[in-house]
Design a protein around this ligand. Structure first.
Ligand SMILES: Nc1nc2c(ncn2[C@@H]2O[C@H](COP(=O)(O)OP(=O)(O)OP(=O)(O)O)[C@@H](O)[C@H]2O)c(=O)[nH]1
Ligand SMILES: [Mg+2]
Length: 266
């Protein structure tokens, strides 16, 4: 794994925001997506986390980074799952002192037009700031375009299962379009992480809840990908269900979630 060493960023405020994009074969989507991100949020830095995509996504990302100092690339040697890639982005943001991290899929399913709403929601309602804003398909105004009935049933089913097993109160626990307060991510002991694949999304919310995060959900309309192929398969789904089950056992046993040295009990 190699990282580009860059501590210089272009957003000047004290609350710097990093947008992370995990990519595996997203060459058709990446250039247009980053351009749109910067149309809707000009001040954010973007980190592409590429697992050596055979279609050359990593090279395209390098080229974009060479033309725009807001763009950074983290190259990983091989495909290790979306959870492992997302976690690498968390560490990158923690190490470089970002204040907010917004994660998005890189296939336009998470449209950059929602970025301002996600960022606005961090102030919370009633003057209570929040730590995690979820771009949610399952609150009023949210939705999904382009899925068949099976995908709908699977997604609803996984959400119900995760809420029951992990005690989550939020409605959309399986999507990855989220804004996190980086200091809260830093409180979590990530060495205990169970899911390397798709259950990572539920696992992050579980761990965030256990360290006392406050949540908000803002509606997003999820669009099925236009270009490239889905990386979900039945093996990944089975593994995700198993990972959530094991996390549910951790929840019952109250296995600690905090980084050593963090004082507050979880
Ligand atoms: N770095 C990295 N990125 C991944 C990996 N698996 C998936 N991704 C990326 O994670 C994002 C979500 O993956 P998708 O294949 O779109 O999965 P999905 O959105 O759940 O499924 P579809 O919407 O059906 O395509 C996309 O940007 C993928 O390119 C992985 O193993 N490593
Ligand atoms: Mg997708």
């Amino acid at each position: 794994m190699t990282t580009e060493d860059s501590s210089t960023t272009s957003n000047n405020s004290n609350e710097r925001t990093l947008v992370t994009l995990c990519t595996y074969n997203e060459s058709e989507n990446l250039p247009g997506l980053i351009a749109e991100i910067h149309q809707h949020a000009a001040d954010v830095d973007v980190l592409v986390i590429d697992d050596n995509s055979p279609d050359g996504t990593g090279r395209i990302a390098d080229h974009l980074a060479s033309t725009d100092s807001r763009i950074h690339v983290l190259h990983r040697a091989e495909k290790q799952g979306i959870g492992a890639a997302t976690l690498a982005g968390f560490w990158w943001a923690i190490d470089r002192g970002y204040f907010w991290l917004i994660n998005m899929d890189a296939d336009f399913s998470h449209h950059p037009r929602h970025l301002p709403e996600l960022r606005a929601a961090i102030t919370g309602t009633n003057g209570e700031p929040v730590d995690v804003v979820i771009g949610s398909r399952y609150v009023k105004g949210g939705g999904i375009e382009g899925w068949g009935p099976l995908r709908h049933v699977m997604s609803r089913g996984v959400n119900f299962y995760a809420r029951s097993a992990l005690g989550l109160r939020t409605k959309d626990n399986s999507g990855s379009f989220r804004c996190y307060r980086v200091s809260k991510l830093a409180e979590i002991d990530w060495s205990r992480v169970r899911a390397k694949g798709y259950a990572f999304e539920e696992e992050v919310l579980y761990r965030c809840r256990r360290v006392g995060c406050r949540f908000a959900e803002v509606p997003i309309v999820f669009l099925d990908r236009q270009h490239g192929q889905s990386k979900i398969n039945t093996r990944e789904v089975r593994r995700a269900l198993w990972d959530i089950f094991r996390l549910g056992i951790d929840n019952v046993r109250r296995v600690p979630v905090r980084e050593a040295g963090e004082k507050t009990p979880s």
